[in-house]
Unconditional design. Structure first.
Length: 262
């Protein structure tokens, strides 16, 4: 190979060509896998009541990444008591939970890191040397730092809460058996349901037995009595529950008048 007056460059290029030919003679080498970072699931809804949703599993091949949030508070526990602030390092394999904080254009949270990988540059002959129509294609390897990101998009859903109370009154209050009720809220798409029991012998007064968080705005909620505590007189009362900025949610609660005998 002629040196063209540049011995240093010639020696470097010759070494690259020799290494390339040796590699080709031994068969092609597969490219190393790119680093990965995932959040599963990558979409979710969060009620505006502030209830915690999740978990979101952090996966991939990178060891850690940095958290950034948009209108969302992130936690490392399902109860939402251990916050993970913006800029925190999140280890691969972690589980995260989220809570609605504010309405912004693109609610959710992201994880980001960067890694150094091997990148290839391809050099092709431009035909600029007189008398030479072609030349060896060169592929030079170099290191490059690339960003790696994962995103979880979270949509805020207008919601309220629902509570069912049992009120015990009457001369024989406190002598009744257990009173059980089931509350069910349905907006045609999402159903939220739970049951509760007023313990036997509860004295006169009002006790909350069922609370349903994250009830979709506009849902109709119905309470069904499943055990009457051996009382003969029951009155179902209904009133509206209005949460600021949300639609009215129908509220049924149970009022008990105990007629248990001694």
């Amino acid at each position: 190979m002629p040196r063209f007056g540049y011995p240093a460059q010639h020696d470097a290029i010759a070494a690259i060509v020799a290494a390339t030919q040796a590699a080709l003679a031994g068969g092609s080498t597969p490219a190393p896998p790119l680093p990965t970072l995932t959040i599963t699931p990558d979409t979710a809804t969060a009620p505006t009541t502030g209830d915690v949703v999740g978990p979101f599993a952090v996966g991939g091949s990178v060891s850690s990444s940095t958290l950034s949030t948009r209108g969302i508070d992130v936690f490392s526990d399902a109860s939402g008591t251990v916050p993970v602030p913006d800029g925190s390092s999140v280890a691969q394999g972690s589980s995260l939970w989220a809570r609605y904080a504010a309405t912004v254009a693109d609610e959710g949270f992201s994880l980001e890191t960067s890694q150094t990988v091997v990148a290839g540059n391809v050099f092709l002959y431009d035909g600029g040397n007189p008398g030479r129509t072609s030349a060896q294609k060169l592929i030079l390897a170099a290191q490059a730092t690339i960003p790696i990101r994962a995103n979880a998009a979270i949509t805020a859903v207008a919601a309220g809460w629902f509570a069912a109370d049992v009120t015990v009154t009457g001369a024989a209050a406190g002598l009744q058996g257990a009173v059980s009720v089931t509350a069910r809220c349905d907006d045609g798409t999402t159903v939220v349901e739970n049951s509760g029991t007023l313990a036997a012998g509860t004295p006169a007064g009002t006790t909350r037995v069922v609370t349903l968080p994250a009830v979709p705005a506009g849902a109709t909620c119905i309470v069904t009595q499943t055990a009457d505590g051996h009382t003969a007189d029951a009155v179902l009362a209904s009133k509206a529950l209005l949460t600021a900025g949300l639609a009215v949610i129908a509220l049924d609660h149970v009022r008990r008048r105990s007629r248990a005998s001694r």
